[in-house]
Design a protein around this ligand. Structure first.
Ligand SMILES: [Zn+2]
Ligand SMILES: [Zn+2]
Length: 250
């Protein structure tokens, strides 16, 4: 984050409440000045980016690809995610708590922090990307929430990387929350839910989202983008559902 952005973000936070940790709400000491206290930051379960598959899941030492990626035709070149996500309420699961506060609690001031996680997890993708886009919301849902969390994250990342952010995909079908569905039903739920928006495509684009569960939503968006002639589509999310630690096709 640039110093000015950081200063503005803190000023906004200070306006609403005195500086305290966004997760455990412990007031900061004089030397702590961030969104998270040191204890909460240390609790974040980061995904080790050193030996991971194209689908973004960790691999055993002996493998270069997970069985699913080795077999299936990939719509996405690669997916990267910063840390693990737990659907169930767990106050010790700091990254999940941050995402829920951001998304459902409307705490938009957390966007720069979460985008800094995207920046860390997406370093290897950065040189490959010409445009950044985001998973769109159904217009009525977006009006209700007041913002699209994926778009805020994409726009913050675009500032960090100096890469243009475009609205490349639109959501044209109201879908059920993916979290409420079984693995198979998720794919069916998002099928045909997206269409291409009006924009000038390039050769390689990155889709940003907050959480990747089975990857069905990212794949469906990627499919739409590929059909428009974009050669390479990548995915980057803040978190990956921890109950899907086994690899599956991208
Ligand atoms: Zn804390
Ligand atoms: Zn894989």
């Amino acid at each position: 984050m640039r110093p000015l952005d950081r200063a503005i973000a803190y000023a906004v936070l200070d306006l609403f409440y005195p500086p305290h940790c966004a997760v455990c709400e412990r007031p900061f000491g004089d030397d702590e000045r961030a969104f998270l206290c040191r204890e909460c930051d240390a609790k974040i379960e980061r995904i080790n980016q050193s030996h991971i598959c194209l689908c973004g899941l960790p691999l055993p030492e002996a493998l270069d690809l997970c069985p699913a990626c080795a077999q299936s035709e990939r719509v996405l070149e690669q997916i990267r995610s910063f840390g693990w996500y737990e659907e169930r309420e767990d106050p010790d699961h700091v990254l999940s708590a941050l995402i829920k506060t951001f998304k459902y609690g409307g705490e938009r001031a957390l966007a720069p922090l979460l985008a800094s996680y995207l920046d860390q997890a997406g370093q290897s993708l950065r040189p490959l990307i010409e445009q950044i886009t985001f998973v769109p919301m159904y217009p009525e849902d977006e009006r209700q929430r007041g913002f699209n969390q994926a778009e805020l994250l994409a726009r913050e990342l675009g500032k960090l990387w100096g890469i243009p952010v475009v609205r490349a995909v639109e959501k044209i079908k109201k879908t059920k929350p993916q979290a409420s569905l079984s693995h198979e039903a998720r794919r069916e739920n998002v099928r045909g839910a997206f269409r291409l928006a009006k924009f000038t495509p390039c050769a390689s684009i990155l889709i940003v989202d907050d959480v990747c569960t089975t990857g069905a939503t990212l794949r469906e968006c990627a499919q739409v983008l590929k059909e428009s002639g974009i050669a390479r589509v990548y995915g980057l999310t803040v978190a990956r559902a921890a109950n899907i630690r086994r690899a599956e096709g991208v």
